[in-house]
Design a protein around this ligand. Sequence first.
Ligand code: KG4
Ligand code: ZN
Length: 349
Amino acid sequence: MKILGIETSCDETAAAVAVGDGKSVRILSNIVSSQIEIHKKYGGVVPEVAAREHVLNILLVVNEALKKAGLNRKKPELDAIAVTIGPGLITSLITGIETAKSLAYAWNIPIIGINHIEGHIYANFIESCANNTENTTRDKNFEFPAIILTVSGGHTMLILMDDYGKFKIIGETRDDAAGEAFDKAAKMMEIGYPGGPVISTEAEKYKNKSEIHLPRPMINSDNFDFSFSGLKTAIRYALEDDKNWKEKTPEYCAEFQQAIIDVLIKKTISASNKFNVKTIMLTGGVSANKELRKQLKEQVLENNFKFSMPNLKYTTDNAAMIATAGYFKFLRDEFTPWQNLKVNCNLEF
Ligand code: KG4
Ligand code: ZN
C-alpha cells in the first residue's frame, strides 16, 4: 500500500512516498524544500512570502518524490494522498491541499486529511527509509499507552496515546510554544533564525555550570500545562541588565536551553507516572535538540519507561510523517472525498 504525503503548513514545501505492509511503514522518498534561507533575513516566517514559495515549488517537490520512489508521474501506483489540512498558515496550507485535491481527482484515488500534530506523532512510527540505515529510535518492545511530548514552533503538548488514532491532550502551553521561545530568545541575542539550532550550537560552547539563573516556569505546578512567555521576559531583562551579555552568549544559551529542557522533562515524567504509561515518545521540531534528546532518553530509561524519538530528519516539518499518519488512517478507512476536503488553520487536535 503506497501513500503520497504532502506538507505545506508553514515554511517547508514537502512531499514523500510511504509504503506500508499492515504493521510497519517504510519511506521510499522524502523531499523537503526549505525556505529558511529566505525567511532568515526577516527573523521569522513571512506568510505572504511562504505562500508564494509553496506555489512555485510544490509540483517540483511532488515530482521529485515520485521519481525517487520509482513511480510513474502519469499514473503512479498510489493508493491514496495524505495532506496536512491544519493547523498552520492558511495561505501556506491551501497550496498543499489544492495540489492534493487536483492530483487525487486526476488519478482517481482517495484523499486523507491530516492534522499536522498527528503527523509529528507518527514520525515515531516510521520503521525505515530506503537507502538509509538510520531509522526512528524506538524501543523494540514499545507498547501503548504512551505519553507523547510534542514540541514544535507552534505547539507544546503532552498527549496520551492509547492506541493508533486514540489521543487525548493532557497538558499544553498557555502562551508561547517551546520552539517559539527558542526563536524569540535567539532574536534578542541576535544570533540567527531559526532559534533552536543556533541556541543549541552556542550552548555547546559553554562547558561549565551556568552562573546565570533563569526561571523554570510552572515546573512544580500540579498540572501538565506549560508557560514559556515568562522565561522569554526573564532572559530579556537579564540581557538588559548585563552590559557584558554579548561575550556570555554561550552561557545565556546554555541556561535558556536547560530551563526549557528541565520543565519539559519533569512534566513528561510526572505525566507518565500519573497515567501509568508504558512508553514515552518525543516529537516535533524541538525534538531535534541534541541535549533534549540525550537528557530525556536518560530520564526515561532511568524511570523504566520504553522510549521512542524520530530520526533527526523526521523531527522538523516533513511529508514522510504525513504519509505515515495517512497510512494508519487508510487502514481505518478514514478518507475524505476531495470535494469535502477543507483547510482549517486553527484545527484542534
Ligand atoms: O515542527 P517544526 O518544524 O514546525 C512547526 O510545526 O512549528 O518546528 C520548528 C521549531 C522552530 O521553533 C525551531 O526553532 C525548533 O523547531 N527547532 C529546534 C531545533 N531545531 C528546530 N529547537 C531546539 N533545538 C533544535 N535543534
Ligand atoms: Zn511542525
